[in-house]
Design a protein around this ligand. Structure first.
Ligand SMILES: Cc1ncc(COP(=O)(O)O)c(C=O)c1O
Length: 502
C-alpha cells in the first residue's frame, strides 16, 4: 500500500510551465474577493455576455427550436390559430377574454417566431440529419462547411476559381471547431515537431499562442509591434526577428498575425497585410491568421482586410481562424469556430497533406459541439434583407457595435486624466492597452493591476501577461461593462491612478 493521499507524481513539464495571464493570479484574486462579497467588474476577458451584452435574438430563437424540435410544429399551429382569428371568444386566442391583443393574453404577431426562423430551423435539422444530440462528421457537417466557404467568398469578393484574383474557399479545407482556440491548437500541434521548431508571434500577443507553443515544446519567436506607430507591423522588425531566430538555430515555420489585434486593438491596413504575405512568401513561412475580431472595427474608416483576400493565388500556406465568441455575436460559451486552410503544405516524406492530419486530430476528438456548429452556421448566414428577422437583427447588431465603440471612447478619454498614461492606435477588437509610464519606483504593472483590483474591483490584466517591450508597462482592459458601470468606476480608477503614481 502506498502512502496517504495526495501522492506525488511527475507531470508534463510543458503544461506545468504554460502561462495564461487572462485567467492568472489577478483574476484568481478577484474570485477570492468576490467570494468575500466584494463587487467585481471582470474586464480581464473578452467575454461580452458575462458583462451584460444581450445575445442576438435571431440566434437564440433558432437555437431553442432546433434543440427542441417539437416546438416548431406547435408554434406553426399556434400561429395559424392566432392569424386565422378562428378563436375569438373567451378562452380563445383572438378576441376579448382570449389570448390575442385585445384579451388578457395580450399576444401580438411579434410574440411568435417568424416563418423564416421556423423554416430555417426545420431546414437546418433536415440537413443535420441526425439532430443536435448525435455526433456529426469530424470536420463539421458538410452544409455548414459550405456555408462557411460561401461566407469567406462573399467577404473577400472571391471570383471564379480559374480567372479571379481571390480563389474560392474550398469546403473540404474548412473545419468547424470548438472555438478558434481549438483550431489554433490543431495547427500549432502539427507545426511543432521538435524543440528547434519555432513560430513567430507578435508582442504583445494573445497568450493562447505562447501557451500552445510551450505545450508542444517549440520555440516562441517574438516580433515586436511598433506601439508609437499605432502598434503597426513593420517588415524590418519581422526580418530582424526571423534572422536572429535562425541565427540561434531555430527552424521558423510560421508567423501568427492577429488582426484586429488582441491586446492592442490595432487593425492592419491592406498595405501591411500585403507586406506580411510577401514576408511569409519570401521566407517560406506559413501564416496563421487569427481574425476572430473581424467585425470589431470601429469608427468608420478603413475596415478589416483578410489575409485570404490578399493572399490571392500565391502559394503561401494559410491557416485562418474565426470564432462565434467575438464580433457582435459574443457567444463565447457556445464554443463555435472554424479553421480554413489554403495551400495546405504536403507532409514531408509522405503522400499526406496538412489537411489530412488536421482531420486526423478532429477525428480523435470525434466532432466539435453541435451548438457551436449551429452558431457558426448562423454567423455566416445572417437573415437577408427581405426576411422577417432582418430589421431586428440589424438593429441589435448596430446597437452592440455602437455601444462597444462608445464605451471604448469613454475609457480612452479617462486615460487623458491619468498622469503618464498613453494609449496608441485605433480602437479595434474589444480591448484598450494603455502604457503606464509613471509607476512608482520598485513596482510593476502587475502590482498596479492588483492594487487597482483591491481598490475598485476592476479586473484587468497586466501588460507582462501579453509580452511587452522590456522597460515598458501596460495593462489590458476589455471595454465591455455596461455604460453605467464604466461611468461609476472610471472616476474611481482615475483617482486611484493619480494617487498610486504619486
Ligand atoms: C485573438 C484571439 N484569438 C482566439 C481567441 C479564442 O477564441 P475562442 O473563444 O473562439 O476560442 C481569443 C479569445 O479571447 C482571442 O482574443
Amino acid at each position: 500500500m502506498h502512502a496517504k493521499a495526495p501522492w506525488d507524481m511527475s507531470v508534463n513539464r510543458r503544461i506545468l510551465e504554460m502561462e495564461y495571464a487572462v485567467r492568472g493570479p489577478i483574476p484568481q484574486r478577484a474570485a477570492e474577493l468576490k467570494q468575500r462579497g466584494k463587487r467585481i467588474i471582470p474586464c480581464n476577458l473578452g467575454n461580452p455576455q458575462a458583462l451584460g451584452q444581450q445575445p442576438i435574438s435571431f440566434y437564440r430563437e433558432v437555437l431553442s427550436l432546433v434543440e427542441h424540435p417539437v416546438r416548431i410544429e406547435r408554434e406553426r399551429r399556434l400561429k395559424a390559430l392566432f392569424n386565422g382569428g378562428a378563436l375569438d371568444g373567451p378562452g380563445r386566442l383572438g378576441g376579448p377574454g382570449g389570448l390575442g391583443p385585445d384579451g388578457p393574453g395580450g399576444l401580438e404577431q411579434d410574440d411568435f417566431h417568424s416563418d423564416y426562423v421556423l423554416d430555417l430551423s426545420e431546414r437546418y435539422l433536415a440537413q443535420m440529419e441526425t439532430g443536435m444530440g448525435a455526433y456529426s462528421d469530424s470536420s463539421g457537417p458538410r452544409f455548414i462547411r459550405e456555408a462557411v466557404a460561401d461566407f469567406i467568398d462573399r467577404r473577400d469578393g472571391a471570383d471564379d476559381a480559374d480567372r479571379g484574383t481571390v480563389p474560392r474557399s474550398d469546403p473540404d479545407q474548412v473545419f468547424i471547431t470548438n472555438g478558434a482556440s481549438e483550431a489554433v491548437r490543431y495547427v500549432i500541434d502539427l507545426l511543432i515537431d521538435d524543440e528547434s521548431d519555432g513560430i513567430m508571434i507578435p508582442i504583445p500577443q494573445y497568450p493562447l499562442y505562447s501557451a500552445a507553443i510551450k505545450r508542444c515544446g517549440g520555440v516562441q519567436v517574438d516580433y515586436f509591434l511598433d506601439e508609437e506607430s499605432g502598434w503597426a507591423l513593420d517588415r524590418d522588425l519581422l526580418e530582424s526577428s526571423l534572422e536572429a531566430a535562425r541565427g540561434r538555430g531555430v527552424s521558423v515555420k510560421a508567423i501568427v498575425v492577429i488582426n484586429p489585434g488582441n491586446p492592442t486593438g490595432a487593425v492592419l491596413g491592406e498595405e501591411t497585410v500585403r507586406e506580411v504575405v510577401a514576408f511569409a512568401g519570401d521566407n517560406g513561412l506559413a501564416i496563421i491568421a487569427d481574425e476572430v475580431y473581424q467585425e470589431n472595427v470601429y469608427g468608420g474608416d478603413a475596415g478589416f482586410v483578410s489575409i485570404a483576400r490578399v493572399l490571392g493565388r500565391s502559394g503561401v500556406p494559410l491557416f485562418s481562424v474565426h470564432s462565434t465568441s467575438k464580433g457582435y455575436y459574443g457567444e463565447c460559451g457556445h464554443r463555435g469556430g472554424y479553421l480554413e486552410i489554403r495551400n495546405a503544405p504536403r507532409v514531408r516524406n509522405t503522400e499526406l497533406s496538412f489537411t489530412d492530419l488536421v482531420l486526423k486530430q478532429a477525428s480523435v476528438n470525434i466532432c466539435s459541439n453541435t451548438v457551436g456548429q449551429l452558431m457558426m452556421y448562423l454567423l455566416v448566414n445572417p437573415p437577408p434583407e427581405n426576411a422577417e428577422p432582418y430589421r431586428r437583427f440589424t438593429n441589435e447588431r448596430r446597437t452592440i457595435l455602437e455601444d462597444l465603440h462608445e464605451k471604448a471612447v469613454m475609457i480612452r478619454s479617462g486615460f487623458d486624466q491619468m498622469e503618464g498614461v498613453s494609449c496608441f492606435g485605433r480602437t479595434g477588437a474589444m480591448y484598450l492597452f494603455p502604457r503606464l509610464d509613471r509607476l512608482p519606483e520598485g513596482t510593476n504593472d502587475f502590482d498596479y493591476c492588483m492594487a487597482l483590483l483591491e481598490r475598485t474591483g476592476l479586473v484587468t490584466v497586466n501588460g507582462e501577461g501579453f509580452g511587452q517591450r522590456p522597460g515598458t508597462s501596460h495593462l489590458r482592459i476589455a471595454f465591455l461593462p455596461p455604460r453605467e458601470v464604466i461611468e461609476e468606476v472610471l472616476p474611481k480608477w482615475i483617482a486611484f491612478h493619480n494617487a498610486y503614481v504619486n
